[in-house]
Design a protein around this ligand. Structure first.
Ligand code: NAP
Length: 267
């Protein structure tokens, strides 16, 4: 068997991080090299997911974890605040960052891309690892060529920190690339309640709904003469992201530079 890919997980105590730990432990082609979380103490990583001892003790500091492991790839599902420093530390240690956490500025992306290229390694920032969501974005970009009037409504749980979601921003970028320049709506429109029309992006609006009980959904709504088109994707559980994370961990071993969007890793 070829060498296993050694994976470090940042945010290992979190809901996504635990799914990643489980996915890594269940794939014979992958090896858990390190797990990082600040709140759970130095427990064995297996205990985070109800599995037998792995010999990997959860570290509280990423730098310490990477310097004492031989990780090839870091998978990060932490917070928008922690994501950039984590990606930078990872590249500094020659460890390929696979970032599921969103909230990077274009400047930060360019910097990380430069750092990756200097080190000769690949990296990925993926607002969404779900294949269904990637298809939603592709279909939305195609529809925008023919129906350029569009609004995005995204739904997430009420504890989500960033708004709008990384997926909706990515969708908006793809729509902007494929539709003609257009500022929608009535130029004399007035918001009676501030924010009623949602966030403004390149001529159209993005609305963020935050409610308990919701996991992750997005609707892209197009309007034309006498018709509307809705493209909708619903995610029901975190395990649904793991085939995508698994593919990314393997693919990033053979790329160079930072890539934005999991769709670029799909054949
Ligand atoms: P969560 O359950 O709250 O877990 C967050 C993790 O981050 C915890 O392990 C937490 O552990 C750690 N953390 C918090 N603050 C930190 C800091 N300042 N430095 C380092 N680690 C920190 O959240 P989740 O639901 O797993 O989601 C995590 C992220 O993934 C969110 O940004 C979410 O939007 C994103 N997400 C992305 C996708 C995708 O497909 N790309 C899908 C779902 C979610 P400690 O406090 O113990 O350190």
């Amino acid at each position: 068997m070829s060498q296993r890919i050694k994976v470090a997980v940042a945010g290992a105590s979190g809901r996504m991080g635990r799914e990643v730990v489980r996915m890594v432990l269940e794939d014979p082609e992958l090896e858990l090299a390190a797990a990082v979380a600040r709140s759970c103490g130095p427990v064995d990583a297996g205990s985070l997911v109800g599995k037998p001892e792995t010999g990997v003790i959860v570290a509280s500091d990423l730098e310490q974890a990477l310097s004492s492991s031989q990780a090839d790839v870091l998978v990060d599902f932490t917070t928008p605040q922690a994501a950039y420093p984590n990606a930078e530390i990872s590249i500094r240690y020659g460890v390929r960052p696979v970032m599921g956490t969103t909230g990077f500025t274009p400047e930060q992306f360019s910097l990380l891309d430069k750092l990756c290229k200097e080190k000769g390694i690949g990296g990925l920032i993926a607002p969404n690892f779900s294949i269904g969501a990637i298809l939603m974005m592709k279909f939305a970009a195609t529809a925008a060529k023919y129906l350029p009037h569009v609004e995005i409504i995204e739904y997430h749980g009420d504890q989500k920190l960033d708004a709008p979601s990384g997926t909706s921003i990515k969708t908006a970028e793809l729509i902007s690339e494929s539709r003609r320049e257009l500022r929608q709506g009535n130029p004399n429109e007035e918001e009676v309640i501030e924010g009623a029309r949602g966030g403004y992006y390149n001529g159209f609006r993005i609305h963020s709904v935050r409610l308990p009980g919701v996991f992750a959904q997005q609707e892209v709504v197009f309007g034309g003469h006498g018709q509307t088109l809705k493209i909708r994707h619903d995610s029901y559980e975190r395990a649904g992201y793991m085939p995508g994370v698994n593919t990314a961990v393997k693919k990033v071993m053979s790329t160079t530079g930072m890539v934005y969007g999991f769709e670029h890793f799909l054949d």
